[in-house]
Design a protein around this ligand. Structure first.
Ligand SMILES: [Zn+2]
Length: 296
């Protein structure tokens, strides 16, 4: 928790939903923990990325309710369903508006379309969802007079991602642009490489945040902006190096675990490795299909 004058924020990291199957090293598959941020003033509050399943929404909703603020808005950083399929439940419970950039809203429709092919095959308990998010003028809204700015950063772990900048807190809520102690989802960089992601990190650094809340983080770690930015860059550099030196997806998976033994989210690491090597090994194939199959 961090507070400045009458503005503060607090972070809730959820439990990954249950899942069938095993990774190449024999570990059970398990999704990554995801973080929601509550930015609050004396009376009102704004929530980010409310999660995916009904169970997650219940637990998060109780946490929000205990803060005893009027929830005005729910901001979605990017289109991936793990960040927003439960948004409708929270919006209804608190009478809040759902907001996002136009790019994110388009990506949310895309995630909804792939839901039966991917998300519902892997996870139970995802509520019926529809895209109710709206844009705001100049990607800017306020909380008790403090600016909250949606900054578009382009392709990171998916297309058209954004972050929420709260200048008065020195805070960036980064979604999946920056990671913190959790394996990064590299699958959607299988075509095009990590250049756009590195550009996005530069854009976030230029905002000069002191704190970064990452969409996927180990809750034991702090939210130091300099450290999380440096580690996110290093993870991409290591991925580029291992793509040159490792000849198989399993080799990449094992080498990453050796370099990052404490990182959570090895399912996502395996999906990333399968996608990167699958696309490389099947240049005639459809990358979107190869990436989707890597999840199943
Ligand atoms: Zn995510």
């Amino acid at each position: 928790m961090s507070t400045t004058a009458n503005l503060g924020y607090d972070v809730f990291v959820n439990e990954p939903p249950p899942q069938d199957g095993f990774l190449p090293n024999g570990e059970p598959k398990r999704f990554s923990p995801m973080a929601s941020t509550l930015i609050y003033g004396g009376e009102d509050a704004v929530l980010t990325d409310p999660g995916m399943t009904e169970d997650q929404a219940d637990v998060l909703g109780d946490w929000v309710a205990a803060k005893d603020r009027n929830l005005t808005d729910i901001f979605i950083t990017h289109g991936h369903g793990d960040h927003w399929f439960a948004a409708g439940l929270l919006a209804e419970r608190f009478g809040a508006r759902v907001v996002a950039t136009a790019g994110t809203i388009a990506q949310m429709h895309g995630s909804l379309a792939t839901r039966p092919l991917l998300w519902d095959k892997v996870y139970t308990g995802i509520p019926p969802s529809s895209v109710t998010a709206v844009t705001v003028p100049d990607n800017r809204f306020t909380l008790e007079g403090h600016d909250l700015v949606m900054v578009e950063v382009g392709h990171t772990d998916s297309d058209d991602t954004s972050v929420l900048h709260v200048p008065d807190l020195g805070l960036v809520v980064a979604g999946d642009s920056i990671y913190n102690g959790v394996h990064m989802y590299l699958g959607q960089s299988a075509v095009g490489g990590f250049g756009p992601w590195r550009d996005a990190i530069d854009k976030i650094e230029a905002l000069q945040p002191r704190h970064i809340v990452c969409g996927h983080q180990n809750k034991q770690l702090d939210d130091d902006a300099g450290r999380t930015i440096a580690q996110t860059r290093q993870y991409l550099d290591d991925a580029d190096e291992l793509l040159r030196t490792e000849t198989t997806a399993v080799g990449f998976f094992n080498a990453k675990i050796e370099r990052y033994p404490a990182y959570l989210g090895r399912l996502v690491l395996w999906v990333s490795a399968s996608s990167l090597y699958g696309v490389r090994e099947h240049p005639e194939g459809n990358p979107a299909q190869i990436i989707l199959n890597s999840w199943l």
